[in-house]
Design a protein around this ligand. Structure first.
Ligand SMILES: [Zn+2]
Length: 291
């Protein structure tokens, strides 16, 4: 079984001779969420039972392909795509650019939306990302589950893009590009400083002013190519250990349950705290403390 799996995984690269001739030898990790995909404005758009879900998962796949094209143009020779939304089974495997390999479903490990990333990668890209819980004029803003009202590390409140950048930083890999709504782009720039972004839509209250998908794809392709062609510009996102997570949750039940996690401390009415010198340890605790 294992041998068959390896043969299948190697196949896309054998089918792309032009790709194999690329000069850069870059290895790129792309984490793809769905709330920040072009046109998405309602939870129905990103839920398997929603009438327009199939259309948006197609756009999600195309938007990922635009990033892959940009990466290949900049010299990427190995690309791993991590489907990071809901079931983690949204991207249409047969319509994904065959030069990439795809990680589907949840592993159970602490890297979650970053499952598969390690020190062998040169750069990380976020596609379809969204702003943190409580952000004004942001589309489908939330942090992790709907139960989290705030997530902070060492006093810095951050969206999923923030702690996922810390996971990349754990392996000394910089996040070089992010696409999502305008609010997401502002939050990522505020945290990471030098990072290439593309805003595919802008929140107007709970409505969205959105680009046409073809326009988004062109901007993403060019933005990813530009970022990966200037890798020296970017630094891995790191904070100093120990890493102290302060987690604010929405319900008494969640806080009470989370307070029993070994090492967790209840520090407020609906607030938990957990500290460790190992950031992946903190992410594991986060997964166990929230629902
Ligand atoms: Zn999502």
């Amino acid at each position: 079984m294992k041998r068959i799996a390896i043969a299948l995984l190697a196949l896309p690269f054998l089918c792309a001779p032009a790709f194999a001739q690329s000069q850069g030898n870059l290895k790129v990790f792309i984490s793809v969420d769905m709330e920040g995909i072009t046109g998405v404005v309602n939870w129905e758009d990103v839920s398997r039972t929603g009438k327009d879900y199939d259309r948006f998962r197609r756009i999600m796949t195309d938007e990922t392909n635009a990033a892959i094209e940009g990466a290949v143009a900049a010299g990427a020779t190995e690309i791993v795509v991590r489907d990071s939304h809901g079931s983690a089974r949204n991207i249409l495997p047969d319509l994904l650019d065959p030069r990439a390999r795809l990680i589907r479903d949840w592993s159970g490990g602490p890297k979650v939306m970053m499952e598969g990333v390690d020190e062998s990668f040169d750069a990380v890209i976020f596609i379809g990302y969204h702003a943190k819980a409580g952000t004004p004029d942001a589309l489908l803003e939330h942090t992790s589950s709907g139960d989290v009202t705030d997530f902070s590390i060492n006093g810095i409140s951050m969206p999923e893009a923030g702690y996922n950048s810390l996971i990349a930083g754990y392996y000394d890999v910089p996040v070089v590009f992010a696409a999502g709504d305008k609010a997401l782009c502002e939050q990522v720039e505020g945290l990471l400083g030098d990072v290439e972004t593309v805003a595919v839509k802008e929140g107007i209250g709970a409505a969205a002013l959105t680009l046409h998908p073809e326009v988004s794809h062109e901007r993403i392709r060019l933005g990813v190519q530009r970022a990966l062609s200037n890798l020296d510009r970017f630094e891995p996102f790191k904070l100093d250990a120990p890493y102290t997570l302060v987690l604010k949750l929405k319900t008494e039940e969640s806080v009470y349950r989370g307070s029993f996690f070994p090492g967790a401390e209840r520090t407020g009415d609906w607030e938990l705290r957990y500290s460790s010198d190992d950031f992946l340890d903190v992410m594991y605790a986060f997964g166990a403390m929230r629902r």
